[in-house]
Write a new protein. Structure first.
Length: 156
């Protein structure tokens, strides 16, 4: 799945789970979506060509140690990292990070390559039929944007 599709997929999950938290002001929404997108970005730190590496140079070490769609694409990092965020900050940061991260995993699970949610304990892969960068992905990308707009319309 392309980075931009992950981005909007995360936004969609973000607007779906929005009612779970209480927002005081506009800045709270901003922080919420920042943490959604941090969660969305995190799994692909294991990709040697991820754009993130151009901004945070130290992250370049991650693909040298972990394989792409390896442990970073399992259910354990979002649980551990969100648990840490919950402990040190609060659910306001933990929930969007988890939602964003999980949306990324679901997005990759729709592709032909798929992902193994329970690695390293199980290599059982869940995969769909989506070819990354295909015309179908383009349709999905725009459909997600429409769904986000619908969701926002019905939220307020
Ligand atoms: Zn990925």
């Amino acid at each position: 799945m392309l980075a931009r599709t992950h981005f909007v997929f995360g936004l969609l999950f973000g607007v779906i789970f929005l009612p779970l938290l209480k927002f005081g002001n506009l800045f709270d929404y901003f922080i919420y979506f920042i943490f959604i997108e941090l969660g969305v970005l995190f799994p692909d730190l294991d990709h040697p060509k991820a754009k993130v590496h151009k901004k945070i140079f130290v992250s370049k070490i991650i693909p040298l140690i972990f394989s792409h769609r390896g442990i970073f694409h399992s259910i354990f990092p979002p649980i551990i990292l969100s648990g840490g965020l919950f402990y040190f900050l609060k659910e306001f940061y933990a929930l969007p990070f988890f939602v964003g991260y999980f949306s990324h995993l679901l997005g990759d699970a729709l592709t032909i390559q798929g992902i193994a949610f329970f690695q390293p304990f199980s290599n059982f892969k869940i995969h769909g039929l989506l070819v990354t960068g295909s015309f179908t992905e383009k349709i999905i990308f725009y459909s997600i944007i429409v769904l986000i707009l619908f969701r926002i319309y019905y939220l307020f």
